[in-house]
Write a protein that binds this ligand. Structure first.
Ligand SMILES: Nc1ncnc2c1ncn2[C@@H]1O[C@H](COP(=O)(O)OP(=O)(O)OP(=O)(O)O)[C@@H](O)[C@H]1O
Ligand SMILES: [Mg+2]
Length: 236
């Protein structure tokens, strides 16, 4: 299976509605390709548009121009122009995204939340729960927390639940926005190993990591984006 993401001519402008409709250009004409077995780290100053770029790759943000082609189900899909239904299919089968924050689903226990991606794909509940519990042990989530919803967990605990929930399924392509930001050293090392293992099994990975040591441990290539030009494209 081909695992590849191809970004062509991607630009993103934001319209600042509270500033009289001024436009700000954040990303300009980005070209990027990421292949199986690569971990490409987006490196740029704070505010340059790293998270914006990842959100465009996941089609959370609609780019102002350009394409994001993802190899999915034996064909290229441009998630920037694809219909919503197809974007959801790409996210389901091909594209995993770990953000810095967990989207908590009320009343669902931690084990159920982590196991859900496998259950959704037809894995038997008990088997999915066992795999989820393995990951929770691996990521040092205390057993007393497994059967309560993660809404009240600490930032680092929520982040680890989030990582477990994505890593439980072998996504061909992974997008990672500072997945180790709130972790202590031991957990950071564990997550670095998990990400490297995913790359070694052939995942194509695009990530943002503020920490220099983490970048060193993970990056097969650094992708720089220029600092955002805080120019107004259109004066209102
Ligand atoms: N939805 C939005 N509407 C308006 N402006 C936005 C929006 N999302 C991001 N921006 C702006 O785009 C710029 C880039 O933001 P982004 O979050 O991509 O930066 P970043 O490189 O990830 O920074 P950091 O390293 O601090 O996380 C910022 O100036 C931000 O204010
Ligand atoms: Mg960011």
């Amino acid at each position: 299976m081909l695992r590849r993401i191809e970004v062509q001519g991607l630009s993103k402008d934001f319209t600042l509605h509270l500033q009289g409709g001024q436009e700000m250009s954040i990303l300009q004409n980005i070209d990027m390709q990421v292949d199986a077995g690569e971990c490409v780290v987006i490196h740029a100053p704070s505010g340059a548009g790293k998270s914006t770029l990842l959100r465009c790759l996941y089609a959370n943000y609609r780019a102002s121009s350009g394409s994001v082609n993802i190899w999915h189900d034996n064909a290229w899909v441009d998630v920037q122009s694809a219909a919503a239904q197809q974007v959801l299919a790409v996210r389901h089968d091909t594209l995993g995204f770990v953000t810095q924050f967990l989207r908590v689903i009320p009343r669902i226990s931690t084990v159920d939340l982590v196991a859900e991606p496998l259950v959704m794909r037809g894995v038997e509940k008990q088997q999915a729960d066992e795999r989820a519990e393995e990951l929770l042990v691996h990521l040092r989530i205390p057993k007393r927390l497994w059967h309560i919803p993660p809404a009240t967990f600490s930032g680092g605990e929520q982040q680890r639940v989030n990582i477990a929930r994505t890593m439980i399924y072998d996504y061909p392509i992974l997008l990672l926005d500072e997945p180790t930001a709130s972790l202590d050293e031991a957990n950071r090392a564990t997550v670095i190993n998990m990400i490297n293992a995913a790359r070694e099994r052939g995942a194509a990975i695009v990530g943002i990591f503020h920490d220099e040591a983490v970048r060193q441990a993970l990056a097969t290539r650094i992708f720089s984006i220029p600092a955002a030009q805080s120019v107004n494209l259109v004066a209102a």
